[in-house]
Design a protein around this ligand. Structure first.
Ligand SMILES: C=C(OP(=O)(O)O)C(=O)O
Ligand SMILES: [Mg+2]
Length: 575
C-alpha cells in the first residue's frame, strides 16, 4: 500500500510515475547577531554572492538551451544585479559599521532598495526591478544559510513537480522532457495553470491541499490526472497497476488518433465545428495533429505575458499571421487581451484590488487603455488578410462596451483601408459570454454581434459566485447544473433566432458529460484543449442529436441538481 493517497482535482489527463521535485521555497529565516570577526563575515558575504552568480550562470545556460533566449533573460538580469558594486558595497559597509551578521546586513540593504523601487508606482521598469532584487536576495540568503533553493530550469531527470501553486509563467517554464506531471496544494480545474497543463499535455492534479506537506523531495509519486489523485511511495503492485493504466491510456489515445482526418458528424448526420484553444503560435502543432476544424479561442494575452514589454504591432501581426496562415483558411477566433484576474504583466502594474476577478480586467482595461487596444486591433486587422480571422472581446457585461469596442475597431479599420493596407472585409466580431448580465441579455446582443462564444470558466465562477481558482469552493464548479444549462440554452436560442452562431470555449465544451447535452441544445462550435479534440470527435460520432434534444429538455426542466443531470447523462448515454 502507498504511504499516503492524496485527493485533488483532476486537471489534466494522463498518468505519471516519477520522483517528486519540491518546487517549494526553503525556510530562509535567521537570527540577527553581532559579529566579532568582521572580515570573516564580509568574506562569507562575498562567497555567497559568488556562489549565487555561478549558480545563476548555470541556470541561465540551461534555460537558454531548454526554453529559449527570451525566457532566460530574467536570469541575466539577476546576474547583473549581483555584479553591481553599489549594492554589495552597501551591505559590506553595514557589516563593518554595525557589526551585524551578513544575513541581517543583506536583508536591511535589499529591503531599502526594494521599497525605493516599489514606491515608483508610475515606473513599471523600476517596479519590476524590485521583484528581481527580491529574487536575488532569496538566492544569496539561501547560500548564506546553506539551504537549497529550487531551480526548475535545472531539472534534468524525470520528475513530478510538487508546488503550493503554479502561476501561468511558472507553468510555461516547465520542461516537458523532464516534468512528467505536477500536483499543487491550491487551484481549480479552470485556473490558468490547469488549462496550460492540458495544452502542454502534462498530467496534473491541483487543489490537493496538502501535497507540499505530505510529499518529500525524492519520494516516488504516482500521479493520476484522470481521476485526480496521487499515491506517495506506492507499493510495487500499485506501481504495476498504474503502469498498466498508463499503457491503456496511450492505447486509447492511439485509437482516437485514427479520427484525425474525419469530419465531426453526429450519428444522425449533423455537423459540429470542433475547434481548439491556444495560447501562443507554438501551440499550433497540437491543433493540427488533432485535426481541429478551427481555432475557437486564441488567448492573445499570452503574447503579452511571454514578452518583457508590451508587444508592438509588428510582433503581434507576425504571431496572428502565423496562426491564421497555419490554419489554411479555417476560422481562427482571436480574443483580445484578457489581462487581470490571475494574469499579470510585470510591465503593466494593475491596481491592488480586493477582488481582481471582479475588477480591472480584459475589455475594461482595453477600453481604458485604448492605446494598447488599438495596437492590437491594427495587428489583427493586418493579419486578417492571410486567412479567416474572427475577433472576440472578453468579459463583455453591457452592450455599450461592445459598441465602444466595435467603434474603435471600425476606426482602426478605416485608417488602414485609407492607407491602402489590405484588410479582410468579412471579419466577424463576437463576444465572450462569461458574465451573467450578458447571457441574460443575449437576445439584444444577438442583434448586434456576429457570434457568441460561451466562456464557462468565468460564467460558472460568476453565476455561482465561486472563485475558479479556490479549491475550498470547487464543489460549486457545477457545469451540469440546470441553472447553467438554462443560461446556455437561452444564449444559443437567442443567437439562432437572429441567424448567428454560438460556440463555447470554456472547459465545459470538452467535458464528456456536457458534450451530448450541448449537442442537443444546438451549440454550433465546441472549442477545447487540442488534447481533448479527438476524444470528443469519437464521442460525437456516437450521439443522436434528436435524442439528445429530448434529454437536454429533461435535464433543464425536470432535474434540479448538478448530480441529477450527471446521472441522467450517464444512464442514457454512457451505460
Ligand atoms: C474561456 C474562458 O476564458 P479564460 O479561461 O481565459 O478566462 C472562460 O472564461 O471560459
Ligand atoms: Mg474567461
Amino acid at each position: 500500500m502507498a504511504e499516503k493517497v492524496l485527493k485533488g482535482i483532476a486537471a489534466s489527463d494522463g498518468i505519471a510515475i516519477a520522483k517528486a521535485y519540491m518546487l517549494v521555497d526553503p525556510d530562509l529565516s535567521f537570527e540577527k547577531t553581532t559579529v566579532a570577526n568582521v572580515d570573516a563575515e564580509v568574506k562569507r558575504l562575498h562567497d555567497a554572492f559568488d556562489a549565487s552568480k555561478a549558480e545563476l550562470q548555470v541556470i541561465k545556460d540551461k534555460a537558454v538551451e531548454n526554453l529559449g533566449e527570451e525566457e532566460a533573460e530574467v536570469f541575466e538580469a539577476h546576474i547583473t544585479i549581483l555584479s553591481d558594486p553599489e549594492m554589495l558595497g552597501q551591505i559590506e559597509t553595514k557589516i563593518k559599521d554595525d557589526k551585524v551578521n551578513a544575513e541581517e546586513a543583506l536583508k536591511e540593504v535589499t529591503d531599502t532598495f526594494i521599497s525605493m523601487f516599489e514606491a515608483m508606482t508610475d515606473n513599471a521598469y523600476m517596479q519590476e526591478r524590485a521583484g528581481d532584487i527580491r529574487d536575488v536576495t532569496k538566492r544569496v540568503m539561501s547560500h548564506l544559510l546553506g539551504v537549497t533553493l529550487p531551480s526548475p530550469a535545472l531539472i534534468n531527470s524525470e520528475v513530478v513537480v510538487v508546488a503550493h501553486d503554479l502561476t501561468p509563467s511558472d507553468t510555461a517554464q516547465l520542461d516537458r522532457k523532464y516534468v512528467k506531471g505536477f500536483i499543487t496544494d491550491i487551484g481549480g480545474r479552470t485556473s490558468h495553470s490547469a488549462i496550460m497543463s492540458r495544452t502542454l499535455e502534462i498530467p496534473a492534479v491541483v487543489g490537493s491541499e496538502t501535497a507540499t506537506t505530505d510529499i518529500a523531495e525524492g519520494d516516488t509519486i504516482v500521479l493520476d490526472g484522470i481521476n485526480g489523485s496521487a499515491l506517495v511511495k506506492p507499493s510495487d503492485a500499485e506501481k504495476a497497476d498504474y503502469q498498466q493504466k498508463a499503457k491503456d491510456f496511450v492505447e486509447q489515445k492511439a485509437e482516437w488518433a485514427k479520427l484525425k482526418n474525419e469530419a465531426t458528424v453526429s450519428k444522425d448526420g449533423k455537423h459540429f465545428e470542433l475547434a481548439s484553444n491556444i495560447g501562443t503560435p507554438d501551440d499550433m502543432q497540437g491543433v493540427l495533429d488533432a485535426g481541429s476544424e478551427a481555432i475557437g479561442l486564441f488567448r492573445s494575452e499570452f503574447l503579452y505575458m511571454n514578452s518583457a514589454e508590451l508587444p508592438d504591432e509588428d510582433t503581434q501581426f507576425e504571431a496572428y499571421k502565423k496562426v491564421v496562415e497555419g490554419m489554411q483558411g479555417k476560422p481562427v477566433i482571436v480574443r483580445t487581451m484578457d489581462i487581470g484576474g490571475d494574469k499579470h504583466l510585470p510591465y503593466l502594474p494593475l491596481p491592488d484590488e480586493m477582488n481582481p476577478f471582479l475588477g480591472y480586467r480584459a475589455i475594461r482595461i482595453s477600453l481604458d487603455r485604448d492605446d494598447i487596444f488599438r495596437t492590437q486591433l491594427r495587428a489583427l486587422l493586418r493579419a486578417s488578410h492571410y486567412g479567416q480571422l474572427r475577433i472576440m472581446f472578453p468579459m463583455i457585461a453591457t452592450l455599450d462596451e461592445f459598441r465602444q469596442a466595435k467603434h474603435i475597431f471600425e476606426e482602426e479599420k478605416a485608417k488602414l483601408v485609407a492607407a491602402g493596407t489590405p484588410v479582410a472585409d468579412d471579419i466577424k466580431l463576437g463576444i465572450m459570454i462569461e458574465i451573467p448580465a450578458a447571457a441574460i441579455l443575449a437576445d439584444q446582443f444577438a442583434k448586434e454581434v456576429d457570434f457568441f462564444s460561451i466562456g464557462t470558466n468565468d460564467l460558472i465562477q460568476y453565476s455561482f459566485a465561486a472563485d475558479r481558482g479556490n479549491e475550498h469552493v470547487s464543489y460549486l464548479y457545477q457545469p451540469y447544473n440546470p441553472s447553467l444549462l438554462r443560461l446556455i440554452k437561452h444564449v444559443i436560442d437567442a443567437a439562432h433566432a437572429n441567424g448567428k452562431f454560438t460556440g463555447m470555449c470554456g472547459e465545459v465544451a470538452g467535458d464528456q458529460i456536457a458534450v451530448p447535452l450541448l449537442m442537443g441544445l444546438g451549440l454550433d462550435e465546441f472549442s477545447m484543449s487540442a488534447t481533448s479534440v479527438l476524444k470528443t470527435r469519437s464521442l460525437m460520432k456516437k450521439i443522436d442529436t434528436t435524442e439528445m434534444a429530448k434529454l437536454a429538455d429533461k435535464a433543464i426542466n425536470e432535474c434540479v441538481t448538478n448530480e441529477e443531470v450527471k446521472e441522467l447523462v450517464e444512464k442514457n448515454v454512457f451505460n
